[in-house]
Design a protein around this ligand. Structure first.
Ligand SMILES: C[S@@+](CC[C@H](N)C(=O)[O-])C[C@H]1O[C@@H](n2cnc3c(N)ncnc32)[C@H](O)[C@@H]1O
Length: 219
């Protein structure tokens, strides 16, 4: 198999494309130096949110709202996105992004705070999809928390699963890269998850939570 060239990669990232609202939000993200998911990554999130008609979604790492808009556009039209970020300024921009995208304010619950503190207060088994895109050193703890929050059939996604080519390079032994590798291995070994690492954007590790299948396998 021939791996995709840079040309094919760019083509795949941009085939679905973004509207003006998202292009402008991307400019704001660049200006404020807040990282944002690529258009190809956003299209994948919208696809996942639509695949299980997600009504209750959690996002760790609101940024300027780019991934949030993609999620909301795939979710059930009455669905609510709970999005957490410790950066109040980023969330103010995200609020504007959601408004400009025509999203009803009742569909977004923006919580300013530290991810683990906020997530620990959320309800068990209540969420259809969780996107983790915050501090990579918290990925392992957020895997545990997410397993508590997801309903059976819910989808978990970790952004930056390739961490700019570092995760696949064994010479890279920094703490963030190790944490991401650990999450990949834990999800792979956990029979409650059906997982896939998609080489889209900066790597999206996606897993469907199927605890009932693990029970069958163990029987
Ligand atoms: C990669 S950006 C998110 C981009 C966003 N998902 C998008 O694609 O538009 C990561 C965000 O996580 C936030 N963040 C990092 N560590 C955090 C933590 N411990 N608790 C809450 N937010 C955190 C940062 O402030 C930043 O806005």
């Amino acid at each position: 198999m021939i791996p995709p060239s840079a040309q094919s990669w760019t083509y795949a990232q941009n085939l679905i494309g973004e509207d003006q609202v998202l292009t402008q939000a991307r400019e704001a993200a660049e200006e404020k130096k807040i990282p944002a998911l690529s258009p190809g990554g956003g299209a994948f999130l919208r696809f996942l949110a639509s695949s299980n008609d997600a009504s209750n979604v959690v996002e760790v790492g609101t940024g300027v709202g780019i991934s949030g808009v993609w999620l909301l556009r795939g979710m059930n039209p009455a669905g609510v996105l709970t999005s957490i970020d410790q950066d109040a300024q980023a969330q103010r921009i995200a609020k504007e992004t959601f408004l400009k995208a025509g999203i009803e304010p009742t569909r977004t619950r923006l919580i300013t705070g530290k991810a683990l503190e906020v997530v620990s207060r959320l309800t068990d088994k209540a969420y259809d999809l969780i996107l983790v895109a915050g501090d990579k050193l918290e990925y392992e703890s957020l895997l545990e928390e997410s397993t508590r929050l997801l309903r059976p059939g819910g989808i978990l996604v970790f952004d930056n699963a390739l961490n700019q080519d570092r995760v696949s390079n064994p010479r890279q032994q920094d703490a963030e890269t190790i944490a991401i590798r650990n999450v990949g291995e834990k999800i792979r070994e956990d029979e409650r998850f059906i997982s896939v690492l998609v080489a889209n954007a900066d790597g999206l590790l996606a897993a469907i939570y199927r605890p009932e299948r693990a029970a069958t396998l163990g029987a």
